[in-house]
Design a protein around this ligand. Structure first.
Ligand SMILES: [Zn+2]
Length: 499
């Protein structure tokens, strides 16, 4: 059967989106494939369709539990019952039950942590795996923007599973990151499918604003003017909450907040309300977006300066999935780069913390040395900082028993990481300050080229913001806003921000 016929039969679509057919054809020809496809182009179809052709199982490694659940639910809605997610959401009994009948499933989603469990790996070794899929593969590279230490072990896992045919999927990766992915997975010869990362229906607009007071006013104005729905990204939870409150007070739109400080249930609720058009705007941190399938997002505003172009591209890529004109705005005030610098430093253990830790560990010999919760607490390490220490500590301990060497290695690692983060911030700033076309510049960064002229393109190419204004004069007439307004007020009062 032709691929198009299978597409129609299983998914109901009559044509492939950019890159999909090329990826599927490469896999069917038995080639390991690295696919870089823009967000929102249906990456999952690239392994789902071959799944109906291959005899064995498809293993999909995914970094985010919510994303995994979302994909499983979606496949079930399409009528696929042989799909399961092996992650910490399963109870002990459920997990045992799934593992006992693992070969009855066709599509097995699994978190990288679960793959580290020898018992689970042994179960997987008994299967006949047709395809090993690494989703969000840029997490493999420590130069990627979302490095996951568990991901760097996927090469070993793949080896233990008999080096099955592999598909690595990512939306944004520089050539350095792409090289890391191939090398780390031990793929050797690879078919690369790199569709352009350009999203021509998204316009770029950077606006310089004198200070944060002006910025607040400008956001209120923009949200009132622009077509909705939209997302406003902040680098701080407080910033997001404060702006949501302002928007409510001025009754500009139906708005809520989303960040990692909220309870899981609350987050799911807000996400659902946004997806079902019960909210116009979400004031969010970067915790919001992955796995949110909403096609009609008309604007993405960045209130703070993003830490790197990759994450910026990922976040604005949530706009305009329906192909209609959408706008990505970045509001910049002089000195805005200070916040990303601080955040970058805060994500890594500081020199003083490393010194303190090794003084506490004492002695020159590492025998019997252990990292404890008490050390984490007394050293004032955040979860992220501590994870970096732990991830380096134990594997290094096997290589050396000199604490001196261990300390030097950790120091070197954090210094290199900080330097790399700073370079990304500089590059982001260069992009903000450029005098040339923003689309051209961002594509250049990913070694991509602008092939067609896009209009409207960006502020440097004369984009007019009015193009994205709402034609509706009055503000939201939709009522039944009582519940969410009350709810949000409560939320903000609890966080101490409301008057
Ligand atoms: Zn341009």
């Amino acid at each position: 059967m032709e691929l198009e016929a299978l597409l129609k039969k299983y998914f109901g679509y009559s044509s492939f989106k950019t890159g999909q057919k090329e990826v599927i054809s490469a896999l069917l020809a038995g080639e390991h494939t690295l696919a870089m496809l823009p967000t929102g182009t249906g990456k999952s179809l690239c392994y789902q369709l071959p799944g109906y052709i291959f005899a064995g199982q498809i293993i999909i490694i995914s970094p985010l539990l919510s994303l995994m659940q979302d994909q499983v639910e979606q496949m079930k809605r399409f009528g696929e019952k042989r799909v399961v997610a092996l992650n910490s959401f399963l109870s002990y009994e459920e997990k045992e039950n799934v593992l006992m009948y693992l070969n009855r499933y066709k599509f097995i989603f699994i978190s990288p942590e679960m793959l580290q469990v020898p018992y689970i790996l042994r179960k997987l070794q008994c299967l006949s795996i047709s395809l090993f899929v690494v989703d969000e593969a840029h997490c493999i590279s420590q130069w990627g923007y979302d490095f996951r230490p568990d991901y760097s072990k996927l090469g070993e896992i793949r080896h233990a599973l008999g080096q099955p045919l592999t598909l690595a999927l990512t939306a944004t990766a520089t050539s350095k990151v792409r090289h890391d992915i191939i090398h780390s997975l031990g793929l050797g010869k690879v078919k690369k499918v790199e569709s352009t990362i350009d999203r021509p229906n998204i316009g770029f607009y950077v606006e310089e604003i004198a200070d944060y007071r002006e910025k607040e006013k400008r956001v209120l104005e923009l949200v009132a003017q622009l077509q909705k729905p939209g997302i406003i990204y902040f680098s701080s939870k407080k910033g997001a909450e404060y702006m949501a409150l302002l928007l409510i007070e001025k009754q500009i739109c139906r708005v809520s907040v989303y960040h990692s400080g909220l309870e899981q249930d609350t987050r799911i609720l807000i996400q659902q309300q946004f997806i079902h058009n019960q909210l116009d705007v979400i004031c969010a941190t970067s915790a919001f977006g992955m796995g949110v399938n909403k096609e009609n997002i008309r604007f993405v505003i960045h209130y703070h300066m993003p830490m790197r172009l990759e994450s910026y591209l990922q976040e604005i890529g949530r706009a305009g999935r329906d192909g209609k004109p959408s706008i990505a705005m970045l509001l910049y005030s002089p000195g805005d780069e200070q916040l990303p610098f601080q955040l970058a430093e805060g994500e890594l253990p500081s020199q003083q913390q490393i010194d303190w830790l090794f003084n506490k560990l004492g002695g020159a010999n590492s025998r019997g040395v252990r990292l404890t919760e008490t050390l984490k607490e007394h050293g004032g390490f955040t979860d992220i900082q501590w994870r970096i220490i732990e991830d380096m500590f134990n594997p290094l301990l096997l290589e050396t028993n000199s604490l001196q060497d261990l300390r030097a290695a950790i120091q070197k690692f954090t210094e290199d990481r900080l330097q790399a983060k700073k370079e990304h911030i500089f590059r982001m700033k260069q992009w903000i300050e450029t005098n040339t076309c923003r689309r051209k510049l961002i594509l250049q960064y990913f070694e991509d080229e602008l092939t067609t002229i896009v209009h409207p393109c960006c502020d440097k190419c004369g984009l007019d913001l009015k193009h994205y204004h709402s034609t509706k004069q009055s503000l939201q007439e939709e009522t039944d806003n009582g519940t969410w307004t009350d709810y949000l007020r409560k939320l903000l009062i609890n966080s101490g921000l409301s008057k």
